[in-house]
Design a protein around this ligand. Structure first.
Ligand SMILES: *[C@@H]1O[C@H](CO)[C@@H](O)[C@H](O)[C@H]1NC(C)=O
Ligand SMILES: *[C@@H]1O[C@H](CO)[C@@H](O)[C@H](O)[C@H]1NC(C)=O
Length: 438
């Protein structure tokens, strides 16, 4: 198996040193430690990596879902749902990517070095970033040949991870699209997300979580961003590793359930186009371990065992590291009446808007499931000392009169509803368009 990946990479003239490793799911829920820390976030994410997802102190992490013990970073992206013709939604299950062992869902993470032996600098402690825009619904302003245009895409797999022999690499060729694939994919769908790799050298995490980063300049080569050398713009001169994520969705069971109206998948923020796919990163490598790995682990295939600088975690231990769901809401495992949170499907082409007047928490864990029996979604960690740092968000009280329940919307541009929260909860502004009772 490895041999085929290695040969693909070796055949390419400008080969890049890289690390490639799996991280299992830590938790899937409406949480976003970066944009809305400590409170319920507008839409569902799958988070992977270090247990202590609100701190960027690897020392505090009791375990990690990543292959390397030193990596207590957190990475998260939107989750994919299937919309049934009857209007119900169910989370699309994940499958193990190629050549990664047996992680439980999660992602494949790459740290890629430039192709011209240019040295990379590790992200500094406290570094965070976001790529992509969850509200985006059209690609008018995306130049398909630019790095930004190649950064976020979907691979429509032929059977058995089949790709196009002429364009095997992510974000290249006819099987990769910026939108969700418009045909049933025999082997499932992979989400491909490249973060920018040029840093301004100053900000760890600006207010927009993005402007401190830029893509390398120049044309993207035929084989895509994976093989991009390119210089960094003067405004963002520090070349950091090119961080790349892959998420493998097992859409196969839905292939015979497509409605006549078109593709039935929708990202958790109510995005049926896929153009709003996005990802977040909170750096959390222990000490100088990432810099050491970049300096010394220069395998072109990125195989974890070839990086002796780092300590491997077994698949079993990665999969054991799970965080208890903190938001008392069902997000997966059965059909739901609506996407969790305030996320009706918005097709675009206008940017999506936050929705007023909706019940943010609609499907409580523990609520009798109808019509089928609920499958449990609370994952309880089997490792010790892990749940002690976890705050479980209790089920909100139902509203009385005009009082907004905890986690409900209580303000924002255009909001005409009540701004009063139930007792024990206060209205907090998250952005110009959305305030939430927390
Ligand atoms: C839609 O179909 C699914 C699968 O059969 C079922 O579980 C779900 O309850 C249905 N939803 C509605 C609203 O009928
Ligand atoms: C496309 O999206 C951009 C960015 O969100 C927006 O400014 C523009 O109005 C949209 N175009 C159309 C045709 O809606």
């Amino acid at each position: 198996m490895w041999a085929s990946l290695l040969s693909l990479v070796a055949l390419t003239p400008a080969a890049n040193a890289l690390l490639r490793f799996p991280c299992s799911q830590l938790v899937t829920q409406r949480f976003d430690p970066l944009v809305t820390p400590g409170i319920v976030s507008p839409h569902v994410h799958q988070i992977i990596g270090g247990m202590e997802s609100q701190a960027d102190l690897p020392g505090l992490s009791t375990c990690t879902t990543c292959k390397f013990k030193e990596d207590a970073s957190n990475y998260w992206t939107a989750v994919l749902y299937f919309k049934h013709q009857n209007g119900s939604y169910i989370r699309v299950p994940q499958m193990a990517n190629q050549f990664v062992g047996s992680p439980n869902g999660g992602m494949t993470v790459y740290y890629i070095q430039p192709s011209n032996n240019q040295k990379v600098t590790s992200f500094p402690k406290g570094f965070r970033m976001i790529v992509g825009d969850p509200m985006l619904r059209n690609k008018t302003n995306i130049n398909p040949n630019s790095a930004a245009g190649k950064a976020i895409s979907f691979r429509c797999w032929n059977a058995n991870f089949g790709s196009d022999a002429n364009y095997p690499h992510p974000g290249t060729g006819p099987l990769d699209t910026i939108e969700l694939p418009n045909k049933a994919c025999a082997g499932g769908i992979r989400s491909n997300i490249f973060f920018p790799s040029c840093w301004n050298g100053k900000d760890l995490d600006p207010a927009d979580h993005a402007s401190h980063m830029a893509y390398p300049t120049g044309d993207v080569p035929r084989d895509g961003l994976l093989f991009m050398g390119g210089g960094c713009p003067a405004s963002h001169p520090i070349r950091v590793p090119s961080l790349f994520l892959e998420i493998a969705w097992d859409t196969r069971q839905f292939n015979n359930m497509w409605p006549a109206s078109g593709q039935p998948f929708v990202l958790s923020q109510g995005d049926p186009t896929g153009i709003g796919q996005h990802a977040d990163y909170v750096f959390g490598w222990k000490d100088d371990s990432l810099q050491r790995a970049m300096d010394k682990c220069t395998d072109m295939g990125g195989q974890p065992s070839s990086c002796r600088e780092l300590t491997q975690v077994s698949d079993a231990d990665m999969n054991k590291c799970t965080q208890q769901v903190r938001v008392d809401e069902v997000t997966e495992g059965r059909y739901l009446n609506a996407l969790p949170g305030c996320n009706p499907v918005q097709n675009g082409p206008n940017p999506a808007t936050m929705i007023n007047e909706c019940n943010a928490l609609s499907t409580y864990i523990g609520q009798p499931a109808a019509p089928t029996q609920s499958t449990t979604v609370v994952t309880t960690s089997t490792s010790t000392a892990v749940t002690t740092t976890t705050t479980v968000v209790t089920q909100p009280t139902q509203p009385a009169g005009p009082l907004i329940p905890k986690y409900g919307q209580c303000g924002g541009n255009g909001w005409t509803g009540s701004t009063q929260c139930v007792a024990g909860s206060t209205c907090q502004k998250l952005n110009d368009w959305y305030s939430q009772c927390t």
